[in-house]
Design a protein around this ligand. Structure first.
Ligand SMILES: CC/C=C\C/C=C\C/C=C/C/C=C/C(=O)SCCNC(=O)CCNC(=O)[C@H](O)C(C)(C)COP(=O)(O)OP(=O)(O)OC[C@H]1O[C@@H](n2cnc3c(N)ncnc32)[C@H](O)[C@@H]1OP(=O)(O)O
Length: 281
């Protein structure tokens, strides 16, 4: 049996105003064609803390409930799509909060990766780690050209990449390219990302990236929502199903790794480096 949420029977085209909401950390608008645009707006770099992760998952639920035609994800920052997990949440953490951080990240990944509606991302800046994760969950990736980077650099910040995230990456680029990049925490330039297929196309600016993302969503105008959502599910179920069984173990591993003294030391050094970089600007 398929989960009920995948049986998406119809798309509704509602006037823009009826679906739009502004949370504290995100903004959701819906255009006249029923395409939702969800903008991350946690200044300065959309780092993913518990509150942003939870708000994103809630808004995605709203997009599904309101039967939007599709979703475009983007950011309000001029140069960063998302800096990934908020590093300060992992440094000297309160264990309850660390648990909430990982559980909320798991929820966001599962909700976005299994979204029954078409999804596209307009990556308008840097997208390391959790930023890249959100982009990988979408069905189509457009990235603004410039001196930006994208990739899963978790090992560079001392944390192993979980299996479900490796699986998500391997659905997009070859296993060989993924293994080389993830083992060493390598980041891709926009040109490199295009070459390996990590992004589908480049854009001149954010508006162009959003337009290209919407063009992708419109490809589904004549496709049955059930046919789309079940086919998407079948492509992704080999990553989603083991994840659902192993959530608890995944959480325990994350907490174990992050609380290791050497990982704490590395996270402290990264925070220091980011501060020094800011001071040198
Ligand atoms: C089985 C499971 C076991 C273990 C699994 C564990 C984890 C696996 C995980 C996957 C999920 C995701 C993990 C992560 O996301 S880890 C986070 C990794 N992120 C980074 O390494 C990015 C670090 N930031 C940067 O490289 C740059 O900031 C960036 C290129 C994004 C932007 O550069 P820019 O020059 O525009 O800005 P900055 O001056 O550097 O920063 C401005 C401001 O923002 C603060 N900042 C930046 N990044 C973060 C962050 N990730 N968290 C918190 N804060 C961040 C920075 O300190 C500056 O702050 P301030 O000085 O106060 O203005």
């Amino acid at each position: 049996m398929f989960p009920l949420r995948l049986l998406r029977t119809a798309r509704r085209v509602l006037p823009a105003k009826s679906l739009s909401t502004t949370g504290q950390l995100t903004d959701l608008t819906v255009d006249n064609e029923g395409i939702a645009t969800l903008t991350l707006q946690r200044a300065p770099v959309n780092s993913l803390n518990v509150e942003l992760l939870q708000e994103l998952t809630t808004v995605l639920g709203q997009v599904e409930k309101d039967k939007a035609k599709g979703l475009v994800l983007t950011s309000a920052s001029p140069s960063v799509f998302s800096a990934g997990l908020d590093i300060t949440e992992m440094y000297n953490p309160n264990v309850e909060r660390l648990t909430a951080l990982w559980t909320s990240l798991q929820d966001l990944w599962a909700t976005l990766y299994s979204a029954p509606y078409p999804t596209a991302v307009a990556i308008n800046g840097h997208a390391p780690a959790g930023g890249c994760m959100m982009a990988l969950c979408c069905e189509y990736r457009t990235m603004v050209s410039g001196r930006y980077t994208i990739g899963l650099n978790e090992t560079a910040v001392g944390i192993p990449v979980p299996e479900w995230l490796i699986g998500t990456m391997c659905k997009v680029i070859s296993q060989r390219e993924a293994e080389v990049a993830l083992n060493a925490g390598l980041m891709f330039t926009v040109e490199e990302a295009l070459k390996v297929g990590l992004i589908d196309e480049t854009a001149t600016d954010k508006a162009d990236a959003i337009e290209k993302s919407k063009k992708f969503i419109k490809r589904f105008d004549k496709i049955s929502p059930i046919a789309h959502s079940l086919t998407k599910q079948r492509f992704r179920s080999d990553v989603l199903q083991p994840f659902a069984k192993n959530r608890e173990a995944d959480l325990n591993q994350f907490k174990y790794v992050v609380l290791q003294p050497e990982v704490q030391e590395l996270l402290g050094q990264i925070i220091q480096k980011l501060k020094q970089k800011k001071a040198a600007k």
